[in-house]
Design a protein around this ligand. Structure first.
Ligand code: ADP
Length: 543
């Protein structure tokens, strides 16, 4: 028997309608490329979203057509998110920091019809335009001034495009499973792979992320997403924040600028912020150097890479900010786990809470997790056994765009292989111990490169640490610790070894430490282990 409930589809346009009626006066603040602050309300934003939806409809697009954005976090990019997806097209967000060849690959693979670009990226796209023949035209996200000197063909400014359009738009009644967003994985190995999001996944993901035990977003919050809009839907923040009517603050091109982030937080009353660990290093450094405290910020959601314990402590001890570590992937929209305390845990000691914060968080309703060994046997949640982490749920990808059935990414029984290795404790807190391809196999046992990195990062003279496996005749592989020292600090290999002694298993302690000036990072701020492995390919272990 079917239930007698309405069949309203879950569409992102319904967030626009809800937020417009309920929170018209809530503010959206953006730092622009000319350093000026732009400020307007949800009401103004949605008028322009509808104007853009009208404009896009009138340029002759068909449902499902891809429109790419190459832009920083600001109000126009937010408008594009809602207008493109809501009107029935697919918003393909592109990371401008990728290699130009990767950007060309993605635009061609996605068959993007139009590109919406920040004026700052005009020179980049001018260089690539001859290699992207499917693109019919360019919308520069600025006014007429912004396109004055470009050599791009068929280019129009955003403001001119929407200028004469009506601010009324009748949102199409789409199938909730129709595509609305596209994001490619960073592709550190092989070609990038496209993950095609649908409305249903985005709306359910937003419901999940606003929940108290996830990001706990409410109307009383002021959210600063430092995580870019081109980085996996900015972790769902545009949808979650507008669903509850939170104030939104965007740093524009200044997301790696500690001073701008600090001032925005204090001036705008930011209560919660989202970003990868490298961004927070910059902010914390600024605050320390200028002897400033983060007065307004209450909590920060950090994910995309493991959060060092020292960062968790600094946020807490110097700024009274609670770090919620989160874990996810492009393939998961992205959220899978978020840190929050369970019943009774408030009374734990500070150190015990910090230990929980260093884990990746616990599962949210909507994402099932399991860990398996090499024989696909399911491992217990005992906090000790670690194995390949697999997930499934309505916002986890069922395949990759145009690779259907050929990516080998899913198990026969329908779980997605995350490529992460993890353990899960009896309370459900998941802890990534490695990427499948980074785990160090020493004498037939697995060593977690991440755990060694985290331990090393606890040393006050270490700015960043990375661990890779190097060939060993006796053990097959042994860990090599690569360290970047803090400015002007003295530190010897022996001091690091002594520091790690007792903190990790003896046989996990690296046999050698090398010091370098800079650790290479991917475009999304992760340690680029492929580059390090290449750099140390001739390394001979000390044995
Ligand atoms: P991007 O590289 O664009 O961030 P990916 O989808 O490639 O996106 O990254 C997902 C991977 O990042 C995860 O599979 C995991 O290895 C890593 N990751 C994400 N969050 C965390 C975290 N909190 N701790 C450790 N690793 C994380």
């Amino acid at each position: 028997m079917r239930g007698l409930m309405m069949d309203n589809p879950l569409l992102i346009s319904s967030i626009v309608e809800h937020a417009d009626i309920n929170f018209p006066d809530r503010e959206i603040v953006s730092v622009m490329s000319d350093d000026l602050i732009h400020r307007y309300t949800y009401r103004d934003c949605f008028k322009r979203v509808r104007k853009l939806a009208n404009a896009l409809t009138s340029i002759g697009l068909s449902e499902g057509d891809r429109i790419a954005t190459i832009a920083w976090n600001d109000y126009r990019h937010l408008e594009a998110y809602y207008a493109i997806g809501g009107a029935g097209y697919v918003c393909h967000t592109i990371n401008p920091r990728l290699f130009p060849e990767q950007i060309v690959f993605m635009i061609n693979h996605a068959e993007d019809k139009w590109l919406m670009i920040d004026p700052l990226f005009i020179p980049l796209i001018e260089k690539l335009s001859s290699q992207i023949p499917n693109v019919e035209g360019y919308i520069v996200m600025g006014d007429e001034e912004s396109i004055k000197n470009t050599s791009l063909d068929n280019v129009i400014s955003y403001e001119k495009l929407i200028g004469n359009e009506s601010d009324q738009f009748s949102w199409p009644h789409l199938d909730e499973k129709s595509a609305m967003g596209l994001c490619y994985t960073s592709g550190t190995t092989g070609d990038p792979k496209g993950v095609l999001y649908n409305h249903r996944a985005m709306v359910l993901h937003a419901f999940a992320l606003i929940a108290p035990d996830a990001m706990n977003l409410s109307n009383r919050d002021c959210v600063l997403p430092v995580v870019p809009l081109f980085h996996v839907n900015s972790w769902g923040s545009p949808y979650g924040a507008m669903m509850v009517g939170a104030k939104i603050v965007y740093p524009g091109p200044k997301m790696a600028d500690g001073e701008t982030l600090y001032n925005l937080m204090e001036d705008e009353g930011v209560s919660v912020s989202l970003g990868v660990p490298t961004v927070w290093l910059v902010l914390l450094q600024y605050a320390a150097e200028h002897n400033k405290k983060l007065e307004s910020l209450q909590r920060t959601v950090i994910g995309g890479a493991a959060v060092p314990e020292s960062m968790i402590r600094e946020f807490h001890e110097k700024h009274d900010v609670f770090v919620q570590q989160a874990w996810g992937m492009t393939e998961m929209s992205p959220l899978g786990t978020v840190m929050s305390l369970k019943h009774g845990m408030q009374d734990l000691t500070h150190d015990a809470i910090v230990e929980l914060q260093t884990k990746q968080g616990r599962g949210m309703f909507g994402v099932e997790m399991r860990i398996v060994n090499d024989d696909q046997e399911i491992l217990p949640w005992d906090g000790k056994a670690f194995g390949a982490l697999q997930v499934r749920g309505p916002w986890v990808c069922s395949d990759y765009y145009k690779l259907e059935g050929n990516a080998g990414s899913h198990t026969d029984d329908g779980w997605f292989n995350t490529g992460d290795v993890a353990k899960i404790d009896p309370d459900g807190f998941m802890q990534i111990t490695d990427r499948t391809k980074d785990v160090i196999k020493s004498g037939g046992e697995w060593i977690s490169s991440i755990e060694i990195e985290n331990t090393a990062m606890g040393h006050p003279a270490i700015a960043e640490a990375a661990v890779i496996g190097v060939y060993s005749e006796k053990w097959t592989e042994r860990p090599l610790l690569i360290v970047v020292k803090n400015k002007d600090q003295k530190l010897s290999k022996e001091e690091i070894m002594t520091f790690m002694d007792g903190k990790i298993a003896k046989w996990w302690i690296p046999d050698d430490v090398v010091f370098i000036d800079e650790i290479p990072h991917t475009a999304t701020g992760k340690i680029k282990k492929t580059a390090l492995r290449e750099q140390f390919s001739d390394y001979k272990s000390a044995e």
